[in-house]
Write a protein that binds this ligand. Sequence first.
Ligand code: ADP
Ligand code: MG
Length: 177
Amino acid sequence: MSASTANSMHLAYIGFGSNIGDRLKHLQNAIHALSKTEGINLQEISSIYKTDPVGYEAQGQFLNGVAAIQTSLSPLSLLQTLKDIETAIGRQHRIRWGPREIDLDILIYGDLRIQTEKLVVPHPEMHLRDFVLVPLVEIAPDLVHPVFQESIQTLLERLEDDKSVIRTTSVLCSGPT
Ligand code: ADP
Ligand code: MG
């Protein structure tokens, strides 16, 4: 890979979750779609965690995880790619924070800070959610949050959250199912 190509790659972290239908299958399909996308190189996938819903609590438990990617896509192209994958997997429009077949969020994109109507990065609630921080600590404990300038490990230690986040034995792979 030439230096200029290497320079155009950015390390980003994607959060994913599902709480409807065959949740593991939805997550597996999402990871597979990401791995097939031009401009995205999957680096690492966390374990899958069984977690309590946040916000609107009268809904089923989620399976959540995070993935590290290297990408040449711009933040907005990456967001569009995630939305396209959500649609392809069959995400239906429902209430905000409600149940979903698949949710793919950009957690962190390099050390960029973005605050637009369509996209906020780092994800504005990631530091408040242990269903994000717990899997992120597994793959990137020393990653520094671009806004708070603290490691993911430290942010998790700070968090006073009583939500249950339980590691499962499920494993996702980037190949087809
Ligand atoms: P949420 O993930 O907050 O539960 P949705 O998945 O329905 O909600 O996303 C709602 C909107 O959030 C998306 O249409 C997208 O434009 C916007 N958004 C803002 N910042 C981000 C981000 N970092 N990652 C993903 N979506 C984002
Ligand atoms: Mg989302």
